[in-house]
Design a protein around this ligand. Structure first.
Ligand code: UDP
Length: 218
C-alpha cells in the first residue's frame, strides 16, 4: 500500500505550504499523493488541484503510513492537532522549500515548515512544528522552542532564544544576544510587525515599535 501525505489546513497558510510540500517530495523522488485536511470540509472536494477532506475522512483513507504537516498559523491550534496526530500514531512531517539554505549543525525537531528563501545559520536548534515564513532567517546559535511562528521576513540574529508559542510578526528584527547572555523572547510573547527588538521580552506580553516596547493591556 502507498504512503499518504497531508497538509492540515486549507486556508492561507496551508495553501502557501502545499507547493513547499510538493517540492519536498519531488526532491525525495517520492510521487505519493498529498491531500489537504480541513475540518471545515464535509465530503471530499478539491483545493488547488489536491483532494481535500476533513480529519475523519483522512483517517479512513487507505495507506501504509500517513505523514502530516500542520499548516495553521495559530500555535495553540497546531499543538492541539499535534497531540491528536500523536495519539493516532500519525507522523508529524517536516517540509522545506527548494530555496532554503541550511548551514552547519542544525537540529530540527519534527513538523517544521521552512518556506522559500528561509536561511538557518550554524548551530541552531529548532523546536517542534516551527514555522518560518518567506524570507525569514535564524542566525547562528539560536534556540527556537516548540510551536514558534515567524511571519514573512523575520530577522532573528545570533544568540537569541525564543520560547514555545512565541509569534514574531512580519519584518520584525531582533537584536543579537551573546553566548553568555542570549536575548530571550519569552513563552507565548507576540512581537508586532516591523518591531525592532533590542532587549529580552517577557513571557506572554506583546511588544511593538522601534525600539520595541510592551503594549500595556487596558
Ligand atoms: N482548522 C481545522 N481544524 C482545526 C482548526 C482549524 O481544520 O481544529 C482549519 C480551519 O478550518 C481553517 C484553517 O485551519 O481553514 C485555519 O485557517 P485561518 O484562516 O484561521 O489561518 P491560517 O492559519 O491559514 O493563516
Amino acid at each position: 500500500m502507498t504512503r499518504l501525505y497531508a497538509i492540515y489546513g486549507a486556508s492561507g497558510c496551508g495553501r502557501s505550504l502545499m507547493p513547499v510540500a510538493r517540492q519536498q517530495l519531488a526532491r525525495e523522488q517520492d510521487n505519493s499523493e498529498i491531500v489537504f485536511i480541513d475540518d471545515a470540509l464535509t465530503g471530499v472536494s478539491t483545493v488547488n488541484g489536491h483532494r481535500a477532506m476533513n480529519y475523519q475522512a483522512f483517517l479512513n483513507e487507505p495507506a501504509s503510513a500517513k505523514s502530516v504537516q500542520i499548516a495553521i498559523a495559530s500555535s495553540r491550534v497546531r499543538e492541539k492537532i499535534a497531540l491528536r496526530l500523536e495519539t493516532d500514531g500519525i507522523h508529524l512531517w517536516s517540509i522545506s522549500a527548494d530555496h532554503v539554505v541550511l548551514m552547519d549543525q542544525i537540529e530540527l525537531a519534527e513538523g517544521s515548515a521552512l518556506s522559500p528563501f528561509v536561511t538557518i545559520g550554524s548551530n541552531v536548534k529548532l523546536g517542534k512544528s516551527f514555522h518560518a515564513n518567506l524570507y525569514s532567517y535564524v542566525e547562528h546559535d539560536c534556540v527556537i522552542g516548540d510551536f514558534v511562528t515567524f511571519a514573512p521576513g523575520v530577522k532573528c540574529n545570533g544568540n537569541i532564544h525564543i520560547h514555545d508559542h512565541a509569534y514574531i510578526g512580519a519584518g520584525a528584527m531582533i537584536k543579537q544576544g551573546t553566548p553568555d547572555q542570549p536575548l530571550v523572547i519569552g513563552q507565548g510573547a507576540i512581537v508586532g510587525m516591523g518591531a525592532v527588538v533590542t532587549k529580552s521580552v517577557p513571557a506572554g506580553v506583546t511588544v511593538v515599535g522601534n525600539p520595541a516596547r510592551i503594549v500595556e493591556s487596558k
